[in-house]
Write a protein that binds this ligand. Sequence first.
Ligand SMILES: [Zn+2]
Length: 232
Amino acid sequence: MLYAWIDGVKRPPIAKGERTTCRECGGVLTSVIPAKNVKHWRHKAGDCDRWSEPEGPWHLGWKEKFPEECREIGLYDETAGEWHRADVLCGANTPNATVLELQHSSISEQERMEREAFYSQKHRMFWLVHLHDETSFTGTNFRLSLGLGPRSATIDGYSFKIVHFASRSSQFIEKWKRSTAHVFFDYAGHIFFLAGEAVSRKANGGQPLKKGYFAYCQLTQEEFIRAVQSCG
Ligand SMILES: [Zn+2]
């Protein structure tokens, strides 16, 4: 986790040896000040959010685009009796309360569904999936897809393109097409909304898209941030 409450302030650690407690589980947090990665807090006895993943500059950069009170919000799952930390939660306790999950590393379909089931109970849910080439060629595959014989459709004033995912395996794109949340991709700072099943059908003349095909709509970072904050 990048933020914790210490001496009445919610902030990242600034010095080695700092300690505080986790507001959610009450566990001890110690500061971690790596030479090459972002400063963060570590639960001494293991993170209370089992979905927690290592975070880097990409996570920090996106969290910083939202007000501090919206970053890393603990939510309790009463059924499972465990805490989860939404990366960003905007409009808490309003009808437009929105959870944004920032996904840099690959995630299994099982965990994707678990997180959606939990966060969607009381919130709209958005994913921002970072497409890059660190562990596979997802970033390159996506970039090459954008030029693959696009068909276009306008839905509710938004311009969608239908393309084929440029990879021998359609596993990645199919996994995200099946999401029940709103899925956005961040490729090199460019934001793309991935059409879910209903919108894909509309874009494709009423027919479901074939395996490996997807519909997307590009938007600016500002438009994406406004959508999360539901003011535009
Ligand atoms: Zn904790």
